[in-house]
Design a protein around this ligand. Structure first.
Ligand code: NCD
Length: 313
Protein backbone atom coordinates (compact mmCIF):
# COMPACT_ATOMS: atom_id res chain seq x y z
CA UNK A 1 0.00 0.00 0.00
CA UNK A 2 1.13 3.55 -0.66
CA UNK A 3 0.99 6.40 1.83
CA UNK A 4 -2.17 7.63 0.05
CA UNK A 5 -5.63 6.60 1.23
CA UNK A 6 -6.78 5.42 -2.23
CA UNK A 7 -5.68 2.65 -4.56
CA UNK A 8 -7.45 3.90 -7.70
CA UNK A 9 -8.02 7.65 -8.08
CA UNK A 10 -11.43 7.94 -9.70
CA UNK A 11 -13.08 10.96 -8.02
CA UNK A 12 -11.97 13.91 -5.91
CA UNK A 13 -14.19 12.82 -3.01
CA UNK A 14 -11.73 9.97 -2.34
CA UNK A 15 -8.99 12.48 -1.52
CA UNK A 16 -8.47 13.66 2.07
CA UNK A 17 -6.43 16.46 3.63
CA UNK A 18 -3.70 14.00 4.62
CA UNK A 19 -3.37 12.85 0.99
CA UNK A 20 -3.14 16.45 -0.20
CA UNK A 21 -0.47 17.28 2.37
CA UNK A 22 1.62 14.29 1.25
CA UNK A 23 1.18 15.10 -2.45
CA UNK A 24 2.02 18.79 -2.07
CA UNK A 25 5.12 17.99 -0.05
CA UNK A 26 6.27 15.50 -2.67
CA UNK A 27 5.42 17.88 -5.56
CA UNK A 28 7.56 20.57 -3.90
CA UNK A 29 10.38 18.08 -3.62
CA UNK A 30 10.25 17.36 -7.37
CA UNK A 31 9.84 21.04 -8.26
CA UNK A 32 13.03 21.87 -6.43
CA UNK A 33 15.02 18.73 -7.35
CA UNK A 34 17.80 18.91 -9.91
CA UNK A 35 17.83 16.67 -12.99
CA UNK A 36 20.87 14.87 -11.54
CA UNK A 37 18.97 14.12 -8.35
CA UNK A 38 16.05 12.64 -10.32
CA UNK A 39 18.38 10.61 -12.56
CA UNK A 40 19.95 9.24 -9.41
CA UNK A 41 16.72 8.34 -7.65
CA UNK A 42 14.50 7.05 -10.49
CA UNK A 43 11.62 6.21 -8.10
CA UNK A 44 9.56 4.61 -10.91
CA UNK A 45 12.37 2.65 -12.60
CA UNK A 46 11.07 -0.64 -13.97
CA UNK A 47 7.43 0.54 -13.87
CA UNK A 48 5.20 1.21 -16.88
CA UNK A 49 2.42 3.78 -17.17
CA UNK A 50 -0.35 3.02 -19.67
CA UNK A 51 -1.95 6.24 -20.87
CA UNK A 52 -5.29 5.52 -22.51
CA UNK A 53 -6.95 8.55 -24.05
CA UNK A 54 -10.33 8.24 -25.75
CA UNK A 55 -10.75 12.05 -25.87
CA UNK A 56 -8.40 14.85 -26.98
CA UNK A 57 -5.72 15.93 -24.52
CA UNK A 58 -2.47 17.87 -24.63
CA UNK A 59 -1.53 18.86 -21.07
CA UNK A 60 -2.94 15.94 -19.15
CA UNK A 61 -1.44 13.21 -21.33
CA UNK A 62 1.90 14.95 -21.86
CA UNK A 63 2.29 15.82 -18.19
CA UNK A 64 1.49 12.26 -17.07
CA UNK A 65 3.89 10.84 -19.65
CA UNK A 66 6.61 13.39 -18.97
CA UNK A 67 6.19 12.81 -15.21
CA UNK A 68 6.63 9.05 -15.65
CA UNK A 69 9.73 9.49 -17.83
CA UNK A 70 11.29 11.95 -15.37
CA UNK A 71 10.71 9.41 -12.58
CA UNK A 72 12.66 6.81 -14.57
CA UNK A 73 9.58 4.85 -15.67
CA UNK A 74 8.34 3.88 -19.11
CA UNK A 75 5.17 4.21 -21.17
CA UNK A 76 2.70 2.38 -23.30
CA UNK A 77 0.20 4.75 -24.80
CA UNK A 78 -3.07 4.69 -26.68
CA UNK A 79 -3.69 8.15 -28.02
CA UNK A 80 -6.77 7.36 -30.05
CA UNK A 81 -8.70 5.02 -27.83
CA UNK A 82 -11.27 4.67 -30.58
CA UNK A 83 -8.66 2.72 -32.56
CA UNK A 84 -8.45 0.06 -29.81
CA UNK A 85 -10.36 -3.20 -29.42
CA UNK A 86 -13.21 -1.23 -27.87
CA UNK A 87 -14.18 -0.68 -31.49
CA UNK A 88 -14.51 -4.47 -31.87
CA UNK A 89 -16.91 -4.56 -28.92
CA UNK A 90 -14.54 -5.20 -26.01
CA UNK A 91 -15.96 -4.03 -22.68
CA UNK A 92 -14.11 -1.50 -20.54
CA UNK A 93 -13.97 -4.07 -17.71
CA UNK A 94 -12.23 -6.61 -19.98
CA UNK A 95 -9.87 -3.94 -21.22
CA UNK A 96 -8.96 -3.11 -17.60
CA UNK A 97 -8.15 -6.75 -16.97
CA UNK A 98 -6.00 -7.05 -20.10
CA UNK A 99 -4.10 -3.76 -19.80
CA UNK A 100 -3.15 -4.73 -16.22
CA UNK A 101 -0.84 -7.36 -17.75
CA UNK A 102 1.15 -4.72 -19.58
CA UNK A 103 1.35 -1.79 -17.16
CA UNK A 104 1.82 -1.04 -13.45
CA UNK A 105 -0.49 1.98 -13.43
CA UNK A 106 -3.04 3.46 -15.84
CA UNK A 107 -4.14 7.03 -16.59
CA UNK A 108 -7.35 7.03 -18.60
CA UNK A 109 -9.65 9.63 -20.20
CA UNK A 110 -12.99 8.77 -21.74
CA UNK A 111 -16.09 10.74 -22.80
CA UNK A 112 -18.57 8.62 -20.81
CA UNK A 113 -19.36 9.36 -17.16
CA UNK A 114 -18.37 6.32 -15.05
CA UNK A 115 -16.23 4.76 -17.80
CA UNK A 116 -12.99 4.90 -15.82
CA UNK A 117 -14.72 3.30 -12.81
CA UNK A 118 -15.81 0.43 -15.09
CA UNK A 119 -12.28 0.01 -16.45
CA UNK A 120 -10.90 0.08 -12.88
CA UNK A 121 -13.37 -2.59 -11.72
CA UNK A 122 -11.68 -5.03 -14.13
CA UNK A 123 -8.12 -3.83 -13.48
CA UNK A 124 -5.64 -5.32 -11.04
CA UNK A 125 -3.30 -2.29 -11.16
CA UNK A 126 -4.07 1.26 -9.90
CA UNK A 127 -6.14 3.39 -12.28
CA UNK A 128 -6.23 7.21 -12.41
CA UNK A 129 -9.20 9.06 -13.88
CA UNK A 130 -7.81 11.67 -16.29
CA UNK A 131 -11.35 12.89 -17.06
CA UNK A 132 -14.62 10.97 -17.54
CA UNK A 133 -17.09 13.01 -19.56
CA UNK A 134 -18.58 15.94 -17.66
CA UNK A 135 -18.07 14.15 -14.35
CA UNK A 136 -14.64 14.25 -12.65
CA UNK A 137 -11.00 15.20 -13.30
CA UNK A 138 -9.37 14.67 -9.89
CA UNK A 139 -5.74 15.18 -10.93
CA UNK A 140 -6.57 18.56 -12.46
CA UNK A 141 -8.15 19.49 -9.12
CA UNK A 142 -5.00 18.42 -7.30
CA UNK A 143 -2.80 20.53 -9.53
CA UNK A 144 -5.22 23.44 -9.14
CA UNK A 145 -4.94 23.07 -5.36
CA UNK A 146 -1.15 22.91 -5.65
CA UNK A 147 -1.17 26.11 -7.75
CA UNK A 148 -3.38 27.91 -5.22
CA UNK A 149 -1.16 26.79 -2.36
CA UNK A 150 2.05 27.90 -4.10
CA UNK A 151 0.60 31.25 -5.19
CA UNK A 152 -1.55 32.15 -2.16
CA UNK A 153 0.25 30.20 0.62
CA UNK A 154 -2.97 28.74 2.02
CA UNK A 155 -5.94 26.55 1.16
CA UNK A 156 -8.43 28.01 3.66
CA UNK A 157 -10.04 31.43 4.13
CA UNK A 158 -10.07 31.97 0.38
CA UNK A 159 -12.51 33.90 -1.78
CA UNK A 160 -12.70 32.12 -5.11
CA UNK A 161 -14.75 32.94 -8.20
CA UNK A 162 -15.37 30.16 -10.70
CA UNK A 163 -16.66 31.36 -14.05
CA UNK A 164 -17.83 29.71 -17.26
CA UNK A 165 -19.24 26.24 -17.70
CA UNK A 166 -20.04 24.94 -14.23
CA UNK A 167 -22.48 22.35 -15.50
CA UNK A 168 -20.24 20.37 -17.85
CA UNK A 169 -16.81 21.44 -16.55
CA UNK A 170 -15.44 18.35 -14.81
CA UNK A 171 -12.46 20.27 -13.43
CA UNK A 172 -14.89 22.51 -11.54
CA UNK A 173 -16.70 19.56 -9.94
CA UNK A 174 -13.44 18.03 -8.71
CA UNK A 175 -11.92 21.32 -7.55
CA UNK A 176 -14.98 22.28 -5.49
CA UNK A 177 -14.83 18.94 -3.77
CA UNK A 178 -11.21 19.54 -2.67
CA UNK A 179 -11.89 23.15 -1.61
CA UNK A 180 -14.68 21.89 0.65
CA UNK A 181 -12.07 20.05 2.75
CA UNK A 182 -10.70 23.35 4.14
CA UNK A 183 -12.45 25.85 6.45
CA UNK A 184 -13.86 29.27 5.55
CA UNK A 185 -13.62 29.06 1.79
CA UNK A 186 -16.30 31.07 0.04
CA UNK A 187 -17.04 30.46 -3.61
CA UNK A 188 -18.87 32.58 -6.16
CA UNK A 189 -20.27 30.42 -8.93
CA UNK A 190 -20.50 32.72 -11.94
CA UNK A 191 -22.30 31.47 -15.05
CA UNK A 192 -25.25 31.79 -17.37
CA UNK A 193 -28.17 30.05 -15.58
CA UNK A 194 -28.15 27.24 -18.18
CA UNK A 195 -24.54 26.39 -17.27
CA UNK A 196 -24.95 26.66 -13.47
CA UNK A 197 -23.66 23.99 -11.10
CA UNK A 198 -26.51 21.53 -10.68
CA UNK A 199 -28.39 21.59 -7.34
CA UNK A 200 -27.50 17.98 -6.51
CA UNK A 201 -23.81 18.88 -6.90
CA UNK A 202 -24.19 21.99 -4.71
CA UNK A 203 -25.85 20.21 -1.78
CA UNK A 204 -22.96 18.01 -0.58
CA UNK A 205 -20.56 20.95 -0.89
CA UNK A 206 -22.74 23.17 1.29
CA UNK A 207 -23.12 20.30 3.77
CA UNK A 208 -19.33 20.01 3.88
CA UNK A 209 -19.16 23.68 4.89
CA UNK A 210 -18.44 25.48 1.63
CA UNK A 211 -20.08 28.89 1.32
CA UNK A 212 -21.55 28.95 -2.22
CA UNK A 213 -23.07 32.00 -3.90
CA UNK A 214 -24.58 31.78 -7.37
CA UNK A 215 -24.49 34.79 -9.70
CA UNK A 216 -24.25 35.71 -13.36
CA UNK A 217 -22.60 39.09 -12.69
CA UNK A 218 -18.86 38.67 -13.19
CA UNK A 219 -17.99 42.37 -12.86
CA UNK A 220 -19.33 42.66 -9.30
CA UNK A 221 -18.21 39.18 -8.28
CA UNK A 222 -14.58 39.81 -9.19
CA UNK A 223 -14.00 42.73 -6.78
CA UNK A 224 -12.80 40.92 -3.66
CA UNK A 225 -11.48 37.62 -4.98
CA UNK A 226 -8.20 35.87 -4.18
CA UNK A 227 -8.60 33.48 -7.12
CA UNK A 228 -10.54 33.73 -10.37
CA UNK A 229 -10.83 30.26 -11.94
CA UNK A 230 -11.92 30.56 -15.58
CA UNK A 231 -13.28 27.68 -17.65
CA UNK A 232 -14.06 26.97 -21.29
CA UNK A 233 -17.66 26.32 -22.34
CA UNK A 234 -17.49 22.58 -23.10
CA UNK A 235 -18.65 22.51 -26.72
CA UNK A 236 -18.32 18.72 -26.97
CA UNK A 237 -21.02 18.19 -24.30
CA UNK A 238 -23.75 20.13 -26.14
CA UNK A 239 -26.32 18.11 -28.09
CA UNK A 240 -27.42 21.31 -29.86
CA UNK A 241 -24.63 23.52 -31.21
CA UNK A 242 -26.98 26.51 -31.59
CA UNK A 243 -27.33 26.52 -27.80
CA UNK A 244 -23.53 26.41 -27.49
CA UNK A 245 -23.20 29.40 -29.84
CA UNK A 246 -25.54 31.41 -27.60
CA UNK A 247 -23.54 30.89 -24.42
CA UNK A 248 -19.94 30.37 -25.55
CA UNK A 249 -18.73 33.98 -25.37
CA UNK A 250 -20.73 35.42 -22.48
CA UNK A 251 -17.67 36.00 -20.28
CA UNK A 252 -14.29 37.29 -21.30
CA UNK A 253 -11.46 38.25 -18.96
CA UNK A 254 -9.76 41.40 -20.25
CA UNK A 255 -7.07 43.73 -18.81
CA UNK A 256 -9.85 46.27 -18.09
CA UNK A 257 -11.89 43.76 -16.12
CA UNK A 258 -8.97 42.87 -13.85
CA UNK A 259 -7.65 46.44 -13.53
CA UNK A 260 -9.24 47.11 -10.13
CA UNK A 261 -9.17 43.75 -8.45
CA UNK A 262 -7.27 42.87 -5.27
CA UNK A 263 -3.49 43.07 -5.69
CA UNK A 264 -3.08 39.41 -4.80
CA UNK A 265 -5.78 38.01 -7.12
CA UNK A 266 -4.63 35.28 -9.46
CA UNK A 267 -6.31 34.12 -12.67
CA UNK A 268 -6.31 30.37 -13.27
CA UNK A 269 -7.66 28.22 -16.13
CA UNK A 270 -7.27 24.46 -16.67
CA UNK A 271 -6.76 25.22 -20.39
CA UNK A 272 -7.29 24.99 -23.31
CA UNK A 273 -8.78 28.48 -23.54
CA UNK A 274 -10.90 29.56 -26.46
CA UNK A 275 -12.08 33.18 -26.15
CA UNK A 276 -12.64 33.39 -22.40
CA UNK A 277 -9.30 35.05 -21.58
CA UNK A 278 -8.01 37.85 -23.79
CA UNK A 279 -4.35 37.05 -24.64
CA UNK A 280 -3.52 40.61 -23.49
CA UNK A 281 -4.06 39.32 -19.93
CA UNK A 282 -1.20 36.82 -20.34
CA UNK A 283 1.51 39.35 -19.55
CA UNK A 284 -0.18 40.68 -16.40
CA UNK A 285 1.21 39.46 -13.07
CA UNK A 286 -2.16 37.95 -12.12
CA UNK A 287 -2.06 35.46 -15.03
CA UNK A 288 -1.06 32.07 -13.61
CA UNK A 289 -2.63 29.65 -16.10
CA UNK A 290 0.58 28.75 -17.90
CA UNK A 291 2.45 28.39 -14.63
CA UNK A 292 -0.42 26.15 -13.51
CA UNK A 293 0.48 23.69 -16.31
CA UNK A 294 4.04 23.52 -14.97
CA UNK A 295 2.78 22.85 -11.43
CA UNK A 296 0.78 20.01 -12.99
CA UNK A 297 3.91 18.14 -13.99
CA UNK A 298 5.29 18.14 -10.42
CA UNK A 299 1.95 17.20 -8.94
CA UNK A 300 1.60 14.26 -11.34
CA UNK A 301 5.16 13.19 -10.56
CA UNK A 302 4.19 13.21 -6.89
CA UNK A 303 1.02 11.23 -7.55
CA UNK A 304 2.68 8.53 -9.68
CA UNK A 305 5.60 8.10 -7.32
CA UNK A 306 3.39 7.85 -4.21
CA UNK A 307 0.86 5.53 -5.85
CA UNK A 308 3.65 3.22 -7.02
CA UNK A 309 6.00 3.35 -4.03
CA UNK A 310 4.75 2.37 -0.59
CA UNK A 311 7.97 3.44 1.08
CA UNK A 312 8.04 7.09 -0.07
CA UNK A 313 6.51 9.50 2.45
C1 NCD B 1 -9.77 20.24 -19.02
C2 NCD B 1 -10.51 18.94 -19.26
O1 NCD B 1 -10.08 18.12 -20.07
O2 NCD B 1 -11.52 18.77 -18.60
N1 NCD B 1 -8.51 20.26 -19.64
C3 NCD B 1 -7.44 19.76 -18.99
O3 NCD B 1 -7.39 18.61 -18.64
N2 NCD B 1 -6.46 20.61 -18.68
C4 NCD B 1 -10.58 21.44 -19.30
C5 NCD B 1 -11.19 21.61 -20.65
O4 NCD B 1 -11.01 20.79 -21.55
O5 NCD B 1 -11.85 22.63 -20.83
Amino acid sequence: MSSLSFRHLLAAKQIGQVDIAALLKRADYYRLASNEQLLDEKPCAGKILASLFFEPSTRTRFSFESAMLKLGGQLVTLEQGAASSVKKGESLEDMGCVVSNYADIVAMRHPQIGSVDRFASGASVPVINAGDGANQHPTQALLDIYTIFCEQSRLDNLKIGIVGDLKYGRTVHSLLSLLSLYPNNSIKLISHPSLALEQEKQQPLVQAGLDLKVTSDLTSAIEDLDVLYVTRVQQERFANLDVYQQVKDLYQITPDLVANVRDNMIVMHPLPRVNEIDPAVDKLPCAKYFKQTAYGLYLRMALLSLMLNPYIA
